[in-house]
Design a protein around this ligand. Structure first.
Ligand code: ADP
Length: 489
């Protein structure tokens, strides 16, 4: 039981008064005092003195106990821990300490609960953080352009490819309306529509900056009905489309190039078999046409196979010591009949000096044949084709040139004629060809023999192809380049 200070003082005063009354009763000779027995006053005095002493003792013990409790509570608040209050002398504050301890136990339990909840929350925040980082890393590493916008149409996330494609920087553009970032009106419209119309991803093809993309816009829903975000992924399919187109073109070209000379050969043979050509001269003309068409077929297949071998790194190249003069003479002899047929003068000035070179005989011959037959093909009847060759002063390099007075090549087409299947507009109208000859020439000269090729041409006035080659090319380096290219392909 704890008494307040006021009660203590009141009780002390009361016991004091009783004591004084007892002293007065013992000391006074008044009628009232002497009327009562001495023992009464003695008992009264004892009660007063004992009560006062007891009261003082109680007060001291209560203060001590309360001080103890105060110190312990101060300590708890200093270390921010909740424990129990322990008092040595319990009796004056017994009830209070018990109640306080009950209360402190309750607080401790609540604090423990809160701390556990805080730990769980921290863990959840960490997991969410890690998931966010993972998502960002996945988006960043994607080989497609990825953009994420929230349900309000504002930019949330975009990877580097998307930023480059649409020309923005994520830190400056985050949380800005997407229409301020993407100026493409069709994409904007698709995003708008997807926001309120589609529940499933939509996919469509889109041309952007001369490239083709397959765009997929996917709505992301949380709790079934609430649109949370839209992701837009742009997958670049330009190369796939180009490859498919190339494949198509290749099949078309090859079948066309095979069919044209074949049908011509078939037609002439039928005429011969039917005996429609009565004169020997007529028949000889037909044989020549058949021979020329068969040569064309042969050249096409040879060019195609060699190009393929070079590109796949499977070309077996055999460098040998050759006499350039002999090689060029033989090549010129092979196309002489073509020139004669078109009344074209074929000049061979490459006999001037003996030049000994190292090259692959078959490939070099094919290069010269391709250049010569082109020169004849693209020169009108009555024109002139001239084959030339020479060696440098130090005899380390040599050149071969094929010049004609033909239709020439427009300036903007001079680089393109070396691409596979490329045929200039003038070339297409004048003669049937495959567009493979110069592609092969370039590969053989540059990749296999480490040389260069130069074209000089005046549209309508003729062309000149000049090959610059080393007398002793570095065989191994040219081979490994081819193999590297094959690996790259
Ligand atoms: P093609 O089988 O078509 O002749 P090429 O690869 O040999 O294939 O030549 C590619 C194109 O370059 C030809 O279609 C032609 O337009 C042009 N060309 C090549 N040589 C000449 C030349 N001497 N004069 C004019 N055009 C040429």
């Amino acid at each position: 039981m704890i008494l307040t200070n006021k009660t203590h003082i009141t009780l002390l005063v009361l016991y004091g008064m009783i004591g004084f009354l007892a002293i007065w009763g013992l000391a006074s000779h008044s009628e009232v005092a002497s009327g009562l027995p001495l023992a009464f006053w003695m008992v009264l005095g004892t009660v007063g003195a004992a009560g006062a002493m007891l009261e003082i003792l109680l007060h001291i013990r209560t203060r001590e106990a309360l001080n103890q409790m105060k110190k312990q509570i101060q300590k708890m608040s200093e270390i921010a821990e909740v424990g129990l209050v322990m008092v040595e002398e319990q009796w004056p504050v017994e009830g209070l300490a018990g109640m306080l301890n009950e209360y402190l136990t309750l607080i401790r339990k609540k604090m423990n609960d809160l701390s556990r909840e805080r730990k769980e929350l921290n863990l959840l925040v960490q997991v969410a953080d890690a998931e966010k980082h993972n998502t960002e890393a996945i988006v960043a590493s994607s080989s497609d352009a990825v953009i994420v916008i929230d349900a309000f149409g504002e930019l949330t996330l975009a990877n580097r490819l998307a930023q480059e494609l649409f020309g923005f920087k994520l830190p400056d553009s985050k949380n800005r309306p997407i229409e301020q970032i993407i100026s493409e009106s069709r994409l904007q419209a698709m995003l708008d529509t997807a926001q309120w119309k589609y529940r499933e991803p939509v996919t469509f093809e889109y041309e952007l900056k001369a490239r083709t993309y397959v765009v997929t816009i996917s709505p992301v829903y949380i709790q079934s009905d609430e649109l949370w975000a839209l992701t837009m992924i742009l997958h670049d399919v330009t190369q796939e489309r180009q490859l498919a187109q190339l494949k198509n073109d290749f099949v078309n070209h090859v079948s066309h190039e095979l069919r044209t000379p074949l049908s011509s050969i078939k037609a002439y043979i039928e005429l011969l078999v039917d005996g429609d050509i009565k004169t020997a001269e007529g028949r000889t003309d037909f044989y020549k046409i058949i021979q020329s068409e068969a040569d064309r077929l042969d050249r096409f297949i040879e060019n195609m196979l060699n190009l393929n071998r070079i590109e796949s790194g499977l070309m077996s190249v055999e460098f040998a010591k050759l006499n350039l003069k002999d090689e060029l003479r033989q090549a010129a002899a092979l196309v002489e009949y073509l020139a004669r047929e078109k009344s074209i003068i074929l000049e061979n000035n490459s006999f001037a000096e003996e030049i000994s070179i190292h090259a692959d005989r078959d490939l070099l011959r094919q290069v010269v044949l391709n250049l010569l037959s082109n020169a004849i093909k693209y020169t009108n009847p009555g024109g002139k084709v001239r084959l030339d060759a020479g060696v440098s002063e130090d005899r380390e390099s040599y050149w071969i040139s094929v010049e004609d007075t033909g239709i020439g090549i427009a300036a903007d087409e001079r680089d393109k004629i070396f691409e596979k299947f490329y045929r200039s507009s003038g070339g297409r109208s004048l003669s049937g060809g495959t567009g493979l000859g110069l592609a092969l020439v370039k590969k053989v000269v540059e990749q296999i023999h480490g040389g260069t090729i130069e074209v000089q041409s005046d549209s309508g006035r003729g062309s000149k192809f000049i090959l610059h080659l080393l007398v002793k090319p570095a065989e191994s380096s040219s081979r490994s380049e081819i193999e590297q290219e094959a690996i790259a392909l």
